[in-house]
Design a protein around this ligand. Structure first.
Ligand code: SF4
Length: 301
């Protein structure tokens, strides 16, 4: 008997869709729509969407559609904001289907927040790793308790640390993002130093520092506009990076601060590049050498 498999192409993508820069060549499948939390004061990424998990049959049809449309595809990214919030049975089914239908795929990645990571726990995550989940992108944003509360992240430093360790203990790569400027001018040094210590303790596979950008439609934007929250200027953001790096003496691995939102793009391997990067940043701060900074018009989210 010959089976005719239902397939659909291209995949459904409910805009806007975000993915990490390192997933630029990946097949993007929208496993969930929106973010399961959607309450952080600085984030408007998924405000227009009501969170839900997409029907697994649709996803399976899209994976089968990719067999013809994208033969040889090597990476898959499961959107949206917190695809790890999906039930484990859904994740397993999708990963199994990817493995069966797209045998050249070497890595499947997704965003996961601390709640979803901890809900699954190391055991379930290990199963997902065996089925092909290779990397979790996790944005604790800060290692400072007061800042976490202020931005309504919905997690404590300890919970975020546990979440980070849960991912790596399951043998999955952990890519961690933090945000320069998140505590404003007032909490600048406290946030930066606590975040540097947090990264060092959490031991992610990759760490990256981005710069917070107030986006219309967020509480942060309103607070900046209303004058109740003052962001550090570009020199202040650079100073935060120095404080952060000063606290990262024990961290080993890549540390990138080269996102389009950052003023001084840096791509470091630590501990090798730590001293030279600190020296460069201190020099730029002392000399106020504007030629080393990315101009405002060239920055992006
Ligand atoms: S920052 Fe992350 S967890 Fe917070 S609302 Fe945005 S996507 Fe959701």
């Amino acid at each position: 008997m010959r089976y005719i498999l239902a397939m659909r192409w291209p995949p459904v993508l409910v805009a806007p869709v975000f993915r990490p820069p390192s997933e630029a060549t990946s097949l993007i499948l929208q496993l969930t729509v929106g973010c399961s939390w959607n309450r952080c004061t600085y984030c408007a990424m998924y405000r227009s969407k009501e969170f839900h998990v997409r029907p697994v049959d649709e996803l399976v049809e899209e994976i089968r559609g990719a067999v013809r449309a994208l033969p040889g595809v090597r990476r898959v990214f499961l959107a949206d904001g917190d695809a790890l919030a999906a039930p484990v049975e859904v994740l397993e089914r999708v990963l199994e289907e990817i493995r069966r239908e797209l045998p050249d795929v070497q890595r499947v990645g997704l965003y996961g927040d601390s709640r979803s990571i901890l809900r699954h726990g190391a055991e379930e995550l290990s199963r997902l790793r065996e089925l092909g989940l290779g990397i979790v992108y996790f944005g604790p944003e800060t290692g400072d308790e007061a800042t976490l509360r202020a931005v309504r992240k919905g997690a404590t430093v300890q919970r975020q640390l546990e979440a980070a360790r849960t991912v790596t203990s399951a043998g999955i790569k952990l890519s961690m993002m933090v945000l320069l400027g998140l505590a404003g001018l007032e909490g600048s040094e406290r946030h930066a130093r606590a975040t540097g210590r947090f990264i060092t303790e959490a031991k992610p596979t990759y760490a990256a520092a981005l710069t917070v950008t107030p986006v219309p439609g967020t509480e942060l934007f309103d607070a900046v506009q209303g004058g109740s929250f003052q962001l550090p200027d570009r020199w202040g953001m650079l100073r935060e990076l120095v404080w952060m790096l000063e606290e990262m003496e024990g961290y080993r691995g890549p540390f990138h601060a080269n996102h389009a939102s950052n003023y001084l793009p840096l791509k470091l391997r630590l501990p090798r590049d730590r001293e030279s990067a600190l020296e460069l940043m201190r020099h730029v701060l002392e000399t106020r050498d504007e030629t080393r900074l990315r101009p405002e018009w060239a920055r992006g989210l």
